[in-house]
Design a protein around this ligand. Structure first.
Ligand SMILES: NC(=O)c1ccc[n+]([C@@H]2O[C@H](COP(=O)([O-])OP(=O)(O)OC[C@H]3O[C@@H](n4cnc5c(N)ncnc54)[C@H](O)[C@@H]3O)[C@@H](O)[C@H]2O)c1
Length: 284
């Protein structure tokens, strides 16, 4: 059984990822500062900003495990504004550097890491270049949190150049949701500006976990980044109407229909076989 270390496995997305990976036959180790309430995988308490601890965790821990085959790196302060900018910068960039550098020492060539929809230019005070937004234009970070996600994407590209065996899959997740979050969705309809900051998108945590597993299974080497969102918006208003009302002057790269997301998941569908199954509409 292949063993995967999930950093941030106690967090919102991490708990869904650990569950999905365990259910699909991966041997999972959860590396986090805090334990998970789920207890689905062995937990190792760690501070990822301490390089020595990360090398230790990825190369083997006494009688717990002797090797790790792949890493899912999700641990981070997960949004702008939760801590001082410099604290977000320090925690997030150092954790990501340490995970990739320690993985090299441990001989691990398969890493999936969490980037973010924010690199697409959220909250879109400057409108995006076109719709649906995708991976084809350069990142436009508008916060320190997003700046770090952008720097990480650049850094990983260079690390792949240094190590041609490395396969690094960056997932630009939309806003992560659990089923219990969906009760709040109908209220968005009365005020579309409540959610226009990310083009009314979201990602069901279970489909986020699916994308992570598909990223681990992806063929090939090198860096690839993917936008990962649920297939629909948070709105009842059809997407063409939202575009017409809020972005009448923006180029449409391709026609949109129904309630489809304006965060293009076409690349993930094409290259990962990502086929999200969950929508808030089944739960409200
Ligand atoms: N939640 C979202 O809407 C969202 C959207 C896009 C991207 N992301 C990204 O997805 C990832 C997971 O987000 P989440 O919502 O599950 O966050 P979360 O805060 O629920 O979980 C993050 C986990 O990382 C751990 N952690 C943070 N820094 C650590 C450190 N230095 N050492 C050890 N553990 C540390 C925390 O203890 C926590 O359990 C993050 O990288 C985040 O930036 C999240």
């Amino acid at each position: 059984m292949a063993r995967v270390a999930v950093t941030g496995g106690s967090g919102k997305l991490g708990r869904a990822a650990v569950r999905d990976l365990v259910e699909h036959g991966w041997d999972v180790v959860n590396l986090d500062r805090a334990p998970s309430p789920d207890n689905l995988a062995p937990f190792l308490s760690i501070d990822l900003t301490d390089y020595g601890q990360v090398v230790g965790a990825l190369t083997g821990v006494d009688d717990r495990y002797d090797r790790i085959d792949a890493v899912v790196h999700l641990a981070a302060i997960p949004a702008p504004g939760l801590q001082a900018n410099s604290a977000i910068f320090r925690n997030n960039i150092l954790s990501t550097y340490n995970v990739f550098a320690a993985a090299k020492v441990a001989g691990i060539d398969n890493i999936v890491w969490a980037s973010s929809e924010t690199v697409l230019g959220l909250p879109f005070e400057t409108p995006p270049p076109y719709l649906p937004v995708d991976e084809e234009y350069a990142p436009r970070p508008e916060s320190t949190y997003s700046l770090v996600k952008t720097l990480e994407e650049t850094m990983v590209g260079e690390l792949c150049r240094w190590n041609p065996r490395l396969k690094a899959t960056g997932l630009r997740f939309s806003n992560v949701m659990y089923v219990e979050d969906y009760a709040a969705f109908p209220a968005f309809e009365s005020d579309p500006t409540l959610r226009d900051w990310n083009l009314w998108s979201y990602i069901d945590a279970r489909d986020g976990a699916l994308a992570i597993r598909l990223g681990l299974e992806r063929e090939g080497t090198g860096k690839e980044v993917f936008v990962i969102a649920s297939p629909d918006t948070v709105m009842s208003t059809p997407t063409p109407e939202l575009v017409k009302a809020h972005y009448p002057d923006l180029e449409l790269k391709r026609p949109v229909e129904g309630h489809e997301t304006l965060l293009s998941i076409d690349k993930a569908r094409r290259l990962l076989g990502y086929d999200p199954r969950h929508t808030w509409r089944d739960h409200v």
